[in-house]
Design a protein around this ligand. Structure first.
Ligand SMILES: Cc1ncc(C[n+]2csc(CCOP(=O)(O)OP(=O)(O)O)c2C)c(N)n1
Ligand SMILES: [Mg+2]
Length: 841
């Protein structure tokens, strides 16, 4: 038996005994009533819970306070805080209210310290209210929602003052993140031994299930069988715009079950369940089950005396008879009693999920958007804010005053004691991001033959896998493009990860696809979303699984854009990883426009927390890759000197075009290895010094003639054309130095840093050192790259010289490299013309 299964069984026993000890008092919503027995979890075997205990009272009191604080936080930000902008501050009182019960049941009853939780974006105020009540957030923050340095609108790992496990905001992504965190955890346990048990939980808005990435995530083999995953869907049947027509639960249940998920439907609260069990009560359930969602939701916006008529509209006669003797108040309360606001039912459902140790679980918790608020169930409540009068009466209803409305519970009161106990129970010990290993400066890749950057990448990885100190921490992943992005050699050496040993049926001598728990490549289906979601969680494994990893992913470069939102999500969350987009550009000539990336270089350059690198030569890639690995391993506080501190991910843009490596070897001889390495790492270097390289130019200069000088600045695959242009210009008496830019991003950042420094201090910006060493002479420039011409178009301004930018500004098409370069003015002749033009202006 694994330690994990032992733990699950252990927890199960704990729950059963805890439940038998619990005597829950019935007080759901704001109503108190006599002690009674209720049935929970309608789809499961009836499970009786006594409802009269102080613990239930405490939980209920806490959830009311959570509701109040969340609503009041938003109210304060909108009605009381000074706002000079004329822009609505906003916040989501209804969406917060909807999740209050599920959150309370989690944080004040169910969670352990190692569990990780993603909170639905629009419930962020409720999450922070909980952190405040637990004592993890200072009171001063309650009045800072959506303000600078304050509580973020949506939970943010990197920006919030309290500990957020998963950033959320772009719906669907935060929801799926815990699934990939659990997959990461499974990988870590298999390779490094079990860590303390942890569950990975997502609280999800029901409209988030419209996002395709959700379904990509659950259908991938890499996320199968993760019993420590629980999703709780806030099934309020409302999205932003509307009450969602028709209930799609059957469809969704089918999707989840087909992916082998355990599904719980938590529909009715205990009042309704009790009513269903009364003689004649089954008709009530049948009517509620068939009633349209719109009709049902409309009940929440009505005054109590009007509920009956709306509820009975279209109902069978027997429903009318069954409810005839109920008072208006009783009926209104009964028909609105949903499972997602019933704490005992929620806890019971969580416990049921805990028993599933070999498949993930999802709970559809029926809720009301705006629960407990006057805007409950209103189709336009998504951004609605309570009025001042409504806030006043809610405050009164909660038994609070203007004086104590922001208070925590008194520490000696029963809910206060529970809050303290839970805070202590949820304390996490620190995690370390640093991987204390020596990473070489290079693998020392040597080649006399032309080699593409993609091939070099594959070879470097193979060499790295021979390093016994480093190898255990390397993990690669790819969305069905491992072999075509040159990961094959690495995979042959380390194997493919699978939680269980899998027989290998084919004896392919080239590709050994051995699958088992020791494999270090995680193969994904064709989902670039999943690639970046997984890379994100692998890149946070130091936190999610208490084990830093060195994660490397590959993807066809054009399809970086297919996973872009997940890429952004992961780096916004602070994840550190390496991704290689390969092959890239129109250099992938015969493949045609659908596979030729043109704007990805700009994406890499502009995306915060990402360093975009596009090396031309294998030797440069070797240094850059090893350097990126060592920066990730060092953690955030490394003090390397070659390049400023970078805290994010690395994006290598590579190609399959074989490139003659000789010019790089010559530059190494000319500059010396330490200088060249430093310049390669800081963004670029002078590959060809025209006067040193072309004797005739030297001669002209020594004769005292003025030799027109220009810089040809290029990146990646276009270098052969650029070198040819330089030679042609030399033959016409023009000195064209060639600069190889290894990372336009690092240069751009260096330039921006000095410029901003100047702006902020009202001083003349200094010229970045990295640029100075590559451009010792002042001369016009031509930038050339197999990507949008805009990518390096800023360089002329940075250098203060005339610039012409060549690049790819149209969609690609099939052809030879020469054809494609001709179409895009990337041939030597065009580069020469651009240089002559730049010299003229
Ligand atoms: C990717 C993305 N698209 C659109 C939005 C805007 N948006 C915010 S909330 C929302 C509806 C959410 O509904 P649901 O998930 O059911 O949450 P509820 O508010 O009902 O709790 C939308 C469309 C977003 N945040 N992210
Ligand atoms: Mg919803």
């Amino acid at each position: 038996m694994t330690r994990y299964i032992e733990h699950v069984l252990q927890r199960r026993l704990t729950y059963i005994s805890a439940q038998s000890l619990l005597n829950y008092g019935q007080r759901v919503g704001f109503r108190k009533s006599a002690s009674q027995r209720v049935f929970c979890s309608s789809e499961q075997r009836p499970y009786s819970i006594d409802m009269a205990t102080e613990e239930f009272e405490n939980l209920n009191e806490i959830q009311q306070r959570v509701l109040w604080l969340a609503v009041r936080m938003i109210d304060h930000a909108n009605r009381e805080r000074e706002n000079k902008d004329g822009v609505k501050v906003g916040g989501h009182q209804a969406s917060s209210a909807s999740m209050v019960s599920a959150l309370t049941a989690l944080y004040f009853y169910f969670l352990n310290s190692e569990d990780r939780v993603a909170v639905k974006p629009h419930s962020s105020p409720a999450f922070h209210a909980i952190q405040y009540l637990l004592g993890n957030l200072d009171r001063s923050y309650l009045t800072t929602l959506r303000s600078r340095g304050g509580l973020q609108s949506y939970p943010s790992r990197t920006k919030d003052p309290d500990e957020v496990d998963f950033s959320t905001g772009s719906v669907g992504l935060g929801a799926a993140a815990p699934l990939f965190a659990a997959a990461t955890r499974r990988y870590v346990d298999a390779h490094f031994g079990s860590r303390p048990p942890a569950r990975y939980i997502a609280l999800i808005g029901d409209a988030e299930l419209d996002e395709g990435n959700i379904w990509e995530a659950i259908s991938d083999h890499a996320t199968e069988g993760l019993g420590n995953v629980m999703w709780i869907v806030d099934f309020n049947r409302q999205s932003l715009d509307r009450i969602v027509p028709g209930i799609r639960l059957t469809q969704w249940r089918g999707h989840f079950e087909a992916a082998n998920w355990h599904v719980i439907e938590l529909k009715y609260g205990h009042l309704l369940q009790r009513a269903f069990n009364q003689p004649g009560g089954s008709c009530l359930r049948e009517w509620l089950d068939v009633m349209s969602n719109e009709q049902y939701q409309s009940l929440f916006g009505l005054f109590v005396p009007d509920v009956r008529a709306r509820f009975l509209e279209g109902a069978p006669q027997e429903v009318e008879e069954f409810t005839r003797n109920m008072g208006d108040e009783e009926l209104a309360e009964l028909v609105k009693d949903l499972g997602g606001h019933d704490l005992p039912s929620l806890i019971q459902a969580y416990a049921e999920c805990d028993k599933e140790f070999d498949r993930p679980s999802v709970i559809f918790a029926y809720t009301v958007k705006g629960w407990g608020l006057p805007i409950a169930g209103n189709p336009r409540n998504h951004s609605a804010l309570l009025s001042g009068e409504q806030i006043d009466s809610l405050r009164q209803e909660m038994g609070l005053t203007n004086v104590n409305e922001w208070d925590r519970f008194d520490a000696s009161s029963p809910p206060g004691i529970l809050c303290n106990d839970r805070r202590d129970a949820l304390v996490r010990s620190p995690r370390d991001q640093h991987l204390a290993i020596d990473i070489p400066h290079e693998v020392g890749l040597r080649t006399n033959k032309p080699m593409s950057s993609q091939e070099a990448f594959g070879r470097i990885l193979v060499d790295l896998s021979r390093n016994d100190e480093l190898r255990p921490y390397l993990v690669t992943t790819a969305p069905d493009v491992a072999t075509s992005t040159n990961l094959g050699g690495f995979i042959n050496r380390v194997g493919v990860f699978s939680p269980n040993e899998r027989p290998m049926w084919s004896d392919d001598p080239v590709m050994k696809w051995a699958e088992g728990p020791s494999g270090q490549h995680i193969e994904l289906g064709i989902s670039e979303m999943n690639l970046f979601m997984l890379l994100g969680q692998l890149g946070l494994s130091w936190d999610m699984a208490r084990q830093p990893l060195l994660a490397i992913g590959t993807v066809y470069d054009p399809f970086v854009l297919r996973g872009l939102d997940a890429f952004i999500y992961s780096v916004y969350s602070g994840a550190r990883f390496i991704v290689a987009g390969t092959p890239s550009g129109v250099t992938l000539a015969p493949e045609g426009g659908a596979h030729q990336s043109t704007i990805t270089a700009s994406v890499g350059l502009e995306l915060p927390n990402v360093t975009y690198i596009e090396p031309t030569y294998a030797g440069a890639l070797d240094w850059l890759l090893c350097d990126a690995l060592s920066r990730i391993a060092a953690g955030p506080n490394h003090n390397q000197t070659a390049v400023p501190v970078e805290s994010g991910a690395y994006y290598f843009r590579l190609v399959t075009r074989p490139i003659d490596q000789e010019p790089f070897a010559a530059a190494k001889l000319r500059l010396g290895e330490p200088v060249l390495r430093r310049q390669v790492l800081s963004g670029g270097y002078r590959l060809i010094d025209a006067f040193g390289f072309y004797p005739e130019l030297n001669r002209l200069q020594s004769e005292g003639l003025r030799v027109p000088t220009v810089h040809l600045v290029a990146c990646g695959a276009v270098m052969p054309e650029v070198l040819a242009a330089s030679a042609e210009l030399a033959s016409e008496g023009v000195a064209a130095h060639v600069v190889d830019v290894t990372s336009p991003d690092r240069w751009y950042s260096a330039w921006q840093r000095t410029t901003r420094q100047g702006v902020r201090t009202a001083t003349t910006p200094s010229f970045p050192g990295a640029l100075r060493s590559a451009f010792p002479d002042r001369a016009p420039i031509v930038t050339v790259q197999d990507s949008a011409s805009h990518t390096m178009a800023w360089l002329g301004t940075a250098l203060g010289v005339t610039g012409v930018s060549l690049g790819v500004d149209v969609f690609g098409q099939s052809g030879s490299i020469n054809d494609l370069y001709e179409i895009n003015d990337l041939q030597p002749g065009s580069i020469v013309n651009a240089a002559l033009g730049a010299l003229e202006t």
